[in-house]
Every structure is written in C-alpha cells, then in structure tokens.
Write a protein that binds this ligand. Structure first.
Ligand code: LLP
Length: 440
C-alpha cells in the first residue's frame, strides 16, 4: 500500500483548505511534498526509503526532498509574477546556508540575501550572480563591507549611521547601491526572539531616524539610495501585520525599490495553519500597490517558507526509559536542532517504519548533558525500542543553519533526495574535524 497525501501541495498552492485535515494516509501534511509510506510501511522522502538512508548515511542526518524546495521557489516566483511587473524573490539564506541549497535556488532563478561575510562566501560559491546578492546585517564589520564591495554585490542594506560612515571610507571611487532598513513599529504575533518590526529593536531604524539616514545618504557621493527594506519578524501567520507595516513605511516618501522582507510562517505540526504562499504574496503586493504605488520594484525574502518543510531529521533511538514519563533518547538533540530549546518550538516525531497513528505517549530526548535537551514532548510513538529510526519533520530551516558541536558531537550531514536517488551535499563532521582548529 503506497499512500501519498496531496494536501501539502494544496497548502502550498493556496487552494481552499477543508481537505487539509482529511489525512487519510495517517501521514501528516508537514512532511516534504511527495513523501509516501511504501509497501513495507516505511517512510519515503524524495522516493528514498528512510530506513535505507539511515543505514547508508548514518544518523543523525538531515534528509532533504530537493523537489520540495524547487516547488516552493516556483510557487513564490509565480505568485509574484502574477501580480507585479518588476520583482525579485530573494532566498534568505540564513535559513539553510549550504552550497547545494544556494546552487539549487540560483538555478531556480532566485536572488539571495546574506547576513554575514560567511554567507556571502557561501552564496558566491553557490553560483549566485553578485549583482543579485543583498548584504544585510546590523553589525557589519569593515572586512564584511569590503568583501561585499569587492564582490560587487548589488545592494547593501544600511542598518546604522556607523555603517554609512564606514562604508564611505571603503568605497575608493566606487558607487554602491543601497537600501535603508526601517523598523515600522509593528510587532507581529511571534516569539519575541524572532520579532524585528517593533520600534525598540537592534535592527534598522525607526521612521524618524531613517529620514535622517536617507538625507545623509542622498548627500553622500558614492552611495546611491534605491529604496527601503523592512523585515518585521519570522514564523508569522497573521497577514495584517505585513499590511500595516507597509502602510507605515509609505510615510517615508517615494522610492523605486521596496524590499518587504520574509517572515511567512510554516506548519511544524498538523495543528498549524499558516497562510499559503499565494495569500502571503497577495497580502504584501496588494498593500504595496495601494500604499506605495503600482509601479514599484518589489522584493521579498522568504527563508523558512522556502526550505523548512523540505527537510526531516533521521535519528537512531539509543534508549527507551520509563521514568514517570517515557523518554525515547536519540543520537542527536540540541546540537542539530536548537529551536525547541531557544523558542519552545514544537515538532512531530514518528518511528520511520511504524508511522502510527496511536502508540505510547513519549518525550523524545536528545543526547546532551541538560534536561532542557528535549526535542519533542508529549508525542505518541508506536512501540519505540532501541535501534529504531526516529524521524522529526520540518527541520529544513534553521536546523543545519544553527547546528553546533556541543558535547563534542560532530555535525550531521545533509542528504538530498530526488526520484529515488540520494546524494550527500554536506558530509558528516569527523572527530578529527573537531580538533582541526585547536592549536598546540
Ligand atoms: N530577511 C531578513 C532581513 C531576516 O532577518 C530574515 C530572518 C529573513 C529575511 C527570513 O525570514 P523567514 O522567511 O525565514 O521568516 N532562527 C530562527 C529564525 C531567525 C530569523 C532571522 N531572520 C528560527 O529558527 O525560528
């Protein structure tokens, strides 16, 4: 019996959602597009059997359905193309900064936003045209600014007066196009740690300060101000915040280019109901057309909503302990997914060859030396035993990106799957990698 839910596709393309909860297959809609349960009852991602993937590549491992990312990139471009003549979709690359993902999204015709010298290096290695790279950052160093100028990045997004002063000293006769990052004074409903649109923020400048920055840039030779940038936060479901923030920045005057940021939330569990890509784009573009004028060049910067649902993490179960609660401990944790610990983020989990429904109420624990290292709380798992392969979906965004070596745990590989073929695009770290930077 091969089962394939099509509701994730419905979600993506923005069709009405009554069908969303009709999960006949028992497979949650948060898995990558094209995910199936094969005849052996095993989860298949990108046509690859996850039990076989775990055997071949080891665990933990980030498994990515390449076609899922492509479909979402196309959905963003199509939604923009249907509504504006002059636009670009920028991959907010902090969400999944590895060369293969940059390459894939460059192939799909996206532009790219980078937030550090390191991300700039990766984007160039991934083949992005420097002219379509946007350099962000609230604390850009001189060397990062110099690297951006030397690479010929299309736009630098100015975040402070100190940055303007520093950039001018580095121009050396060159002219650089810039945007000014504005904080519109809108606080969206999301976790405080990933909310950036409020006035009291380390990012950008409130409207009154931005006016002075605009005047200064206009009076500075070598800097060409093309427009404004804003990004009000991440994992946002309510579209009204985006509309209101566009209304705010309209007060700053008329510019040819507006970068409206990212922020579209995704479903981490079947209970989440984010807007579709299409309705998100509709909200931003219609507000922009009404408030800023219909002839503007509009940019958006999706990160999470491009890549989150494309990826799952495979773990091996190392122990099952019944201590008041049932603790299913796996071979990863806060080194490969910090989001539950940083933001209280919730995930689903399942045993990859016994996907449910039903089972025993468990906590999925990591291997690290802290009680807070809990990947998923209160999840039903079917007969979990040591040696099982456990899967957590929706780890494509900010998983690999925020991976670390706590407890000397080597970082996990990234494996791309497509049409039944799997290829490693980031190899697993080795123990020798762990000491390679240590001197003496
Ligand atoms: N543009 C700018 C300027 C940003 O700072 C960000 C994300 C984005 C675009 C993309 O936002 P997205 O479409 O992914 O929501 N580590 C956190 C998320 C931090 C987001 C930082 N900025 C997490 O795991 O939830």
């Amino acid at each position: 019996m091969a089962v394939e839910p099509d509701h994730n596709l419905i979600d993506l393309l923005g069709a009405p959602d009554p069908a969303l909860e009709a999960v006949a297959s028992g497979l949650s809609r948060v898995y990558p597009l094209g995910t199936t349960i094969n005849a052996a009852g095993r989860l298949e991602i990108g046509g690859c059997d996850t039990i076989e993937l775990a055997r071949e590549f080891g665990t933990p491992a980030y498994i990515v359905a390449e076609d899922d990312i492509r479909a979402r990139a196309r959905a963003f471009r199509a939604a923009m193309a249907a509504r504006c003549a002059d636009f670009d979709v920028l991959f907010a690359s902090k969400a999944f900064p590895c060369v293969a993902v940059y390459q894939l999204l460059a192939q799909e015709g996206l532009a790219c936003d980078v937030a550090s010298g390191g991300e700039l290096h990766l984007a160039l290695a991934g083949g992005f045209d420097p002219a379509r790279i946007y350099m962000h950052g609230n604390a850009k160093s001189s060397s990062e600014l110099a690297a951006a100028l030397d690479a010929g990045v299309g736009q630098i997004v100015i975040d402070s007066f100190d940055e303007i002063a520093r950039l001018v000293t580095l121009l050396d006769g060159r002219t650089q196009r810039v945007l000014v990052r504005v904080t519109p004074g809108i606080k969206p409903s999301t976790h405080d740690f990933i909310s950036t649109g409020q006035l009291d923020s380390k990012f950008g400048m409130p409207l009154d300060v931005a006016r002075k920055a605009i005047d200064l840039i206009n009076a500075t030779s070598g800097l060409e101000l093309v427009g404004l940038h804003m990004h009000i936060g991440s994992q946002i479901f309510e579209l009204e915040s985006f509309r209101r923030s566009i209304q705010e920045i309209a007060k700053l005057g008329d510019f040819p280019v507006y970068d409206l940021g990212g922020g579209l939330g995704v479903a981490y569990t079947a209970a989440d109901g984010p807007p579709s890509i299409d309705s998100y784009v509709e909200a931003k573009v219609s507000a922009a057309n009404a408030q800023l004028g219909p002839d503007k060049r509009l940019l958006i910067e999706p990160g999470r909503s491009l890549v989150a649902n494309s990826g799952v993490t495979l773990y091996s179960v190392e122990s099952v302990k019944r201590n008041v609660s049932t603790y299913v401990a796996v071979d990863g944790g806060m080194s490969d997914n910090l989001r539950p610990m940083l933001y209280g983020a919730t995930y689903e989990a399942a045993i990859a060859d016994r996907m449910g429904p039903g089972g025993e109420r468990c906590h999925v624990a990591g291997k690290h030396c802290e009680s807070g290292d809990m990947i998923v709380r209160d999840v039903d798992l079917v007969d979990p035993v040591a040696g099982d392969i456990l899967v957590t979906p929706v780890t494509g965004a900010y998983g690999h990106a925020m991976a670390n070596n706590y407890n000397g745990v080597p970082r996990a590989p990234v494996v791309f799957c497509r049409n039944g073929d799997a290829r490693v695009v980031v190899r697993r770290e080795t123990f020798d990698d762990l000491i390679v930077r240590d001197v003496s």
